[in-house]
Write a protein of this length. Sequence first.
Length: 310
Amino acid sequence: MDRVILGRTGLECTVMGVGCGGPSRAGQSTGNTVAESVAVVRQALDAGINIVDTSEAYGTEEIVGQAIRGLDRGSLALSTKKGVRGAISPQDVVQSLEASLKRLGTDYVDLYHLHAVVLEDYERLLHEIVPVMQRLRDQGKIRYLAISERFGADTQHAMLQRALQDDVWDVMMVGFNPLNQSARTRVFPHTIEKEIGVLIMFAVRRALSRPERLREVLDELIARGEVDPGEIDPRDPLGFLVHEGGATSVPDAAYRFCRDEPGTHVVLSGTGNPAHLQANLASFERPPLPEADRRRLEQIFRHVDSVAGN
């Protein structure tokens, strides 16, 4: 598995990260027992993945804590998050971090995010909450400050564009996939300039894993004038990606598309299924997509900024 330096953090991370949120939540949303979810996360770590993302909101911090037990903590990058809905206080952040550390079984986290921030909350969080995060960093409980967007509600990256004006964020979690590539012009040039680490979420969601949902999303995009129907086959819109020398599936193409986008560092991939995990690991070890396929994806979805891929 290739590794990259996560921006100015200096952390050396695998290009695939284990995502313990999303629709699966390490299998907790799809019927796994806790032991089964722990085993899947550990399977990824044993395969060489060294960065894991979770959150207090996901209910998977204890699963991650069990999965990393006995491993070399210094070789891992742990990412977790503080939910910001409602009027959270500095004391809330301190208490939440302490609880997260206990569930994870560690005395520090590498990345601590403000989770799913929207533009209207940003200024308050910047002035009231970031100072306490900086103090926790100075105490050694957080290594790097991070922020994630609420991509489903902010598909045009308004919050991140505002956050990029402040030099306090070491890492940003960004929504990006073949259907909505707007971060290419709105976010990545600035994260590259500032050497901000980028974690990609939403690389594969329902529209890129379920053909019927993809057709529904494309109908919406065509109706809004964001996709030209003449540029796709309505029966199999992304079928051109799957061929000898190309992708093995649409999700495989999506992961590779995101991995090789300039400005991205780590692409999060989540599942509670061992076979699915193995397929995802294989995607990240394959070569870049054929250039013609990549250019065609960029052409078809060049005007899209209204969907997240759900």
